[in-house]
Design a protein around this ligand. Structure first.
Ligand code: CA
Length: 241
């Protein structure tokens, strides 16, 4: 007899507000997942150190060790576990800082349960690496004097090096594989973020693109790389060698 052994999805919920934390734990429970709660950043880091999580839901406003610091330390030690950050309404700076520190997506409080579950399922699906069809695509691209190394998540040129987050790497991988063609926000949500339903209402794509553009301004010619296609989405406009 063949036994299909399927490991239960494990989610770490880092949130100091007990009603939200416990609500999320039971919500994930009803979705057939196993959720563990951490009430502060220190406990979160302990649990993360032991490993074995498929996703982290991370509130940014936390006692002891703040959420951003938890995220930076995770990424600093090479932990690639997808992270969905929870931010307060109106805290745009938190969103930008979270994405810069390596978060994969964010949800603004108060959030709807269905939306949160859809986001979590999307991030767990992780077709990322910008989709199977791109598996053979060159991961090291040359634009003039600049090398875009998507494996190392670096942009390198004579004057410096820019580090990319893994999500920024996925985004650039998807866009460069379709250079000079318009790509819609919906395609990006489905293909890069893994959201099956591209109609999910989120500004994640736009916020990530804005953030990436701001970083690329420091790269020679980099400010030209990602163009906006009005009413449609984005297009990679750099000249690939
Ligand atoms: Ca909090």
């Amino acid at each position: 007899t063949l036994l299909a052994v399927e490991r239960t999805t494990r989610i770490l919920v880092v949130e100091d507000e007990a009603p939200i934390r416990e609500g999320l734990e039971s919500l994930f429970g009803t979705q057939g997942m196993e959720a563990l709660g951490a009430p502060d950043g220190e406990r979160a880091l302990e649990l993360l150190g032991a490993g074995g999580f498929d996703l982290v839901v991370l509130d940014l406003m936390l006692p002891r060790v703040p959420g951003l610091e938890v995220l930076r330390r995770m990424r600093g030690r090479g932990d690639p576990t997808p992270v969905l950050v929870l931010t307060a309404r109106g805290a745009e700076d938190d969103v930008v800082a979270g994405l810069e520190a390596g978060a994969d997506d964010y949800v603004t409080k108060p959030f709807g349960v269905r939306e949160l579950v859809a986001r979590v399922r999307g991030l767990l699906r992780r077709p990322s690496r910008a989709g199977a069809e791109d598996a053979q695509a060159p991961r090291r691209l040359v634009l003039g004097d600049v090398t875009l190394d998507l494996d190392a998540l670096e942009v390198r040129w004579a004057g410096g090096t820019l580090r990319l987050t893994s999500r920024e790497g996925d985004l650039l991988s998807f866009l460069t594989a379709r250079a000079h063609r318009a790509v819609t926000r919906e395609e990006l949500l489905v293909e890069v973020w893994g959201y099956r339903d591209g109609s999910i209402r989120t500004r994640t794509v736009d916020v990530h693109v804005q953030q990436l553009r701001a970083k690329l301004r420091g790269v020679p010619g980099g400010e030209e790389w990602i163009g906006t296609v009005r009413g449609r989405g984005y297009r990679f406009e750099g000249e690939l060698a």
